[in-house]
Design a protein around this ligand. Structure first.
Ligand code: F6R
Length: 615
């Protein structure tokens, strides 16, 4: 939630900052702003609304060029999305500008104290205390870097902060203490350093600067960074030098843009053949699962496995749980936000698998920390290398889906589910009394066809016609059993998230225990057939149909349920473990087209953000 970017270079920073903010908008889009430092002082432009609104404002009132700047795109926590609450925030002198992602828990105390010392505040945000604190310490030390460190040391909570300071009172840009630097710090919120050629970046996530460089350093909690035109310095809060390894990410700069598509979501749905191929590559050889991270025997001492996740990742985790249960392993899936009360007894023989695309979801991280504290072994299944989840667990298994920008998770659900399917079989093979799935060979053989089959679904889908046909409906229901239940829940989540229409997912057998009362001819029921429990799903669909509901079967062409349904979304024949993923692609397209027909802002649904870093 909230995206920050900072850049020091030799040419103008404005365009780079704006492009970076556009690539970060998935983190929040309530308001946006930049601050640029040039020979005539610090120029701040900010407004409520999306980055487009900021650009329009800049056309009318440009900042002028400057080689050093910071930017922010916001998902509101403290104070509504107004111009005043937009970042960057400045101190009373207007010489210090700050962008921040996270929450300053002690801001009220700090603010009261600063107000008593004559600082005037303009916003309702927690962030605004930071520039005032830097200013307060600047008056005491006359050294900006020291002032920044002291200000950071006063903060409690989570933050990724970047600040620029213009103390050149002459306005000529030549004052000796008018340092050309950006000061930044990280504690509990993501911050990545990008190393370009003669330019340096800091950002909440790599897509912000992917068009400029693939060379990154993942900063860690407690790191303080100073970016200057000549280079960068990383230290701890006391100023001791810290060494961090550089990594080169293999993401394509095109991953950060929309390419030929109108929306990131559509692009990401269509890119699933490629992202899935990346997920699988090198992990199945000669019919054997090979996870380099987890050689055979790694899980021999595991008694039970808990999955923790939120939202779409929870639905992928249901996949993992289902597969482990089939393998006779004691397992449970937990909503991360409820983990504290639902976890039950755990010990060092418990494996806790945190499933999180971003690796930054606060609820999931809280569950990981709780599991770590209670002695469990922890694994993160995540998309983001160097993310907090990857660093705070014992091991990380990457889903390799590439950056996902659309707020609605699509390609990462597919890659998470496949990764978890492989991981669960590795676990089952290691645990003495467990049994990997009966027809593992057939499952793995079918997996190699999955990317191609997803391509077939994407190319031949009739989801657009169905979206149009049922657009006037009152509600949209999704049912399935077993793995199909996870898909039904995911189909409904996607639908409600981007269309704003009422959608619910049920295990098919539950319809008759209550929800059937809602069923009318205005409530299409999308029935997912995965090849497991299909007859029962068909019975439940027929119960809804006999009460007037149109039934849309999501099943192979020759499936017996297709004939009695009212409409059909076709999936290629495959192994039952993968059928749900193909059905899910159809449902992703259904949501996309329905939202498009309704004119919704598909990539930025209201009230949401992709990376939810608050509990
Ligand atoms: C829905 C969606 C969210 C996320 C959830 C967890 O399309 O994207 O439900 O799945 O916020 O996020 P991660 O996976 O980053 O932990």
């Amino acid at each position: 939630m909230c995206g920050i970017i900072a850049r020091v270079g030799r040419d103008d920073a404005v365009e780079t900052l704006l492009t970076g903010l556009e690539n970060l908008e998935y983190r929040g889009y309530d308001s946006a702003g930049i601050a640029i430092k040039n020979g005539t002082g610090l120029k701040v432009r900010k407004c409520s609304g999306e980055v487009d609104a900021l650009k329009t404002g800049l056309d009318e009132s440009p900042t002028g060029s400057g080689t050093i700047g910071i930017g922010h795109t916001r998902w509101s926590t403290h104070g509504p999305p107004t111009d005043e609450n937009a970042h960057p925030h400045t101190d009373t002198t207007g010489e210090i500008a700050v962008v921040h992602n996270g929450i300053i828990e002690n801001y009220a105390t700090l603010k009261t104290d600063l107000e008593a010392r004559g600082h005037e505040f303009e916003s309702e945000t927690d962030t605004e205390v930071i520039p005032h604190l830097i200013d307060e310490y600047r008056q005491q030390t006359a050294d900006i870097e020291t002032a920044f460190r002291k200000a950071i040391a006063d903060l409690e909570g989570s933050y990724a902060v970047a600040a620029i300071v213009d103390s050149d009172e002459s306005g000529t840009g030549t004052s000796p203490d008018d340092e050309e630097a950006i000061y930044a710090a990280r504690q509990g919120s993501p911050l990545v350093l990008g190393l370009g050629s003669e330019e340096w970046f800091l950002a909440s996530d790599i897509p912000a600067f992917l068009e400029e460089t693939n060379d990154v350093i993942y900063l860690e909690d407690g790191d303080v960074v100073v970016l200057e035109p000549e280079g960068y310095r990383i230290t701890d809060l006391e100023g001791n030098a810290v060494t961090r390894e550089m990594d080169t990410v293999d993401w394509d700069p095109e991953d950060a843009g929309k390419g030929e598509y109108d929306h990131y979501m559509r692009k990401e749905i269509h890119s699933q053949p490629t992202s899935l191929a990346n997920t699988i590559e090198g992990r199945v050889t000669d019919g054997e699962i090979e996870l380099a991270e987890f050689p055979a025997g790694t899980f021999a001492d595991v008694d039970d496995v808990q999955f923790v996740a939120c939202g779409t990742s929870y639905h992928a985790a249901m996949y993992g749980e289902w597969l482990l249960r089939e393998a006779d392993v004691r397992t449970a899936v937990h909503r991360a936000s409820e983990y504290e009360s639902s976890a039950g007894p755990i010990d060092e023989r418990t494996l806790v698998v945190a499933v999180t695309q971003s690796g930054e979801t606060a609820d999931t991280l809280a569950a990981v920390r709780s599991a770590n504290a209670r002695g469990a072994r922890t694994v993160a299944v995540t998309n983001v290398v160097g993310s907090t989840a990857a660093r705070e667990t014992d091991d990380a298994l990457y889903i390799r889906a590439g950056p996902e920008i659309g707020v609605a998770a699509t390609k990462t659900f597919s890659s998470q589910s496949v990764t978890l399917a492989l991981l669960t079989q590795r676990i089952a093979a290691d645990i003495p009394d467990a049994q990997p799935i009966d027809d593992l060979d057939a499952m793995l053989e079918a997996l190699s066809d999955l990317p191609k089959q997803v391509e077939t679904v994407v190319e031949t889908s009739r989801a657009a016609d169905l979206a149009e046909r049922y657009l006037e409906s009152r509600a949209f229901f999704f049912i399935g059993r077993g793995l199909g239940h996870a898909v039904a829940l995911e189909g409904a989540l996607k639908f409600k998230e981007i269309t704003y229409e009422h959608a619910e997912g049920f295990t098919a057998g539950e319809l008759k225990h209550g929800p059937l009362a809602l069923v009318t001819e205005a409530t299409p029921v999308f029935s997912v057939f995965t090849g497991g429990g299909d007859e029962a799903v068909q019975t439940n669909a027929t119960e809804a149909q006999s009460r007037g509901a149109p039934i849309v079967t999501v099943a192979p062409e020759d499936h017996p349920a297709v004939e009695s349904g009212d409409a059909h979304l076709s999936i290629p024949d495959t192994h039952p473990v993968w059928a749900g993923l193909l059905a899910n692609v159809q449902l992703q397209l259904l949501s996309y087209h329905a939202a498009n027909e309704l004119g919704r802002p598909i990539d930025k649904p209201r009230n949401l953000a992709k990376s939810v870093t608050v509990e």
